[in-house]
Design a protein around this ligand. Structure first.
Ligand code: NAD
Length: 396
């Protein structure tokens, strides 16, 4: 089949297997070029391992430290005449690359929120690895079926308390406009916390502890975002920010659980705003990202997901380093994004952006390229006019 991008709003309905593989290979090459990460993780579980920050974590653990990795994700496999989702092709490419270097990789495709998935993974760890010493929690999901109540919770990206009006960017059309977002109801806040908060992370860590598959000294890691004031109303002070507060509270509980099991610890790392499938769905954020990329490239300190995670592992978690925490106990790998001169420049550019000058004064061109790359399009060396076999299995 010949696969071309079919973008609808902030999603792309198609994904290219060869392009996704090339994208994964770029990340592997980056990690290898940075050199080995000393005293890195040995056996790693990544929950949300197929795209974005979770995939970068899996790649960094494997190709930076030679770790054996298990990954959990929710992706659509290919069907006759229908390509798979990008995360499926990414994971297949990851398996191939890991296998070629003799690195153990096993994946589970299904609902990470379910008790069944947790039980299955615990058994697989017992059988194959014995124990894990790093658990990365990197889910970004629109809904969660609660395993104990059976209730379906849906997350929303809304402000709390009052309407919020801001400039936003239609990333498909390249149009800057004003958007007003209604405040969330109490139920929407509760639901968003249920999906993106810390309860499921706690359930995972409890299941792993009860199964006896956490090595003494295990590190548990989850990802967070704070960002600039311009996005606070819709993110940090909105429904998602509430979920992140819940995630940070869960980290304290999980930290105690890990401390009781040896010298481990739970950490929340605040990461940089980047183009991923999850962030492209957030109002206002793509405009901010387009400006931010422009400013950080001007300064020469722009990073993508793989650069962020490689730096997180090599300067905070491993390589004989200790996590450096801010006054709230968070790792700040968003430190370069939040540098005052970067943020001053973003604030300067923000009100000047129009649909007419978007491509000159921001990095919107690259935003669109990066977005398509998430789905395996626009990779150099890939011939998109060639027939490609979409029926790729995870272990082909
Ligand atoms: P993403 O959309 O690229 O990845 C989400 C992952 O979750 C995928 O592997 C997907 O398969 C998996 N997933 C979703 N629902 C699932 C389910 N029910 N069961 C199993 N797997 C499921 O997202 P991302 O942007 O990498 O976000 C990951 C984390 O990083 C989130 O906590 C997010 O808040 C955080 N973060 C993101 C950014 C950003 O700019 N993208 C910045 C800072 C922090």
């Amino acid at each position: 089949m010949i696969i071309k991008p079919r973008v609808r709003g902030f999603v792309c309905l198609t994904a290219h297997p060869t392009g996704c593989a090339a994208h994964v290979q770029e990340q592997i090459d980056y990690v290898k070029a940075r050199g080995a990460i000393a005293n890195g993780p040995g056996n790693v579980l990544v929950i949300g391992a197929s795209t974005g920050y979770g995939l970068a974590s899996r790649i960094t653990a494997s190709f930076g430290s030679g770790a054996r990795t298990m990954g959990v994700f929710f992706e659509r496999p290919p069907e006759e005449k229908k390509c798979a989702t990008a995360g499926w092709y990414n994971s297949a490419a990851f398996h191939r690359a890991a296998g070629a270097e003799g690195l153990y990789a096993r994946s589970f495709n299904g609902d990470a929120f379910s008790d069944e998935m947790k039980a299955q993974v615990v058994e697989a760890i017992k059988a194959d690895l014995g124990q894990v010493d790093l658990v990365v929690y990197s889910l970004a999901a629109p809904r969660r079926e609660h395993p104990r109540t059976g209730k379906i919770h849906r997350s929303v990206l809304k402000p709390i308390g009052q309407d919020y009006t801001s400039r936003t960017l239609d990333t498909d059309q390249g149009i800057v406009s004003e958007v007003t977002i209604e405040p969330a109801t109490e139920q929407e806040i509760t639901d968003t916390v249920a999906v993106m908060g810390g309860e499921d992370w706690s359930f995972w860590m409890e299941a792993l502890a009860e199964g006896g598959v956490l090595a003494p000294g295990t590190t548990a890691l989850a990802y967070d975002y704070i960002g600039p004031e311009a996005t606070w109303a819709v993110y940090t002070n909105g429904t998602m920010g509430r979920a992140k507060i819940d995630l940070r509270n869960a980290a304290r509980k999980i930290d105690a659980l890990l401390k009781a099991n040896g010298d481990g610890g739970a950490y929340v790392s605040v990461n940089k705003a980047l183009v991923t499938q999850a962030s492209s769905a957030i109002p206002v954020v793509p405009l901010y990202i387009s400006i931010l990329y422009h400013v950080m490239k001007e300064k020469g300190n722009h990073e993508g997901t793989i650069e962020q995670i490689q730096r997180l592992f090599s300067t905070h978690l491993y390589n004989n380093n200790e996590p450096q925490l801010d006054d709230k106990g968070l790792i700040r790998i968003d430190d370069w994004e939040m540098e005052p001169d970067i943020q001053d420049r973003v604030r300067e550019i923000w009100p000047q952006v129009t649909s007419g000058n978007l491509r000159e004064i921001t990095d919107f061109n690259n935003y669109q390229e990066e977005f398509l790359k998430l789905f395996g399009f626009g990779l150099s060396g890939v011939d998109y006019d060639q027939e490609v076999d979409a029926m790729v299995g995870l272990d082909d």
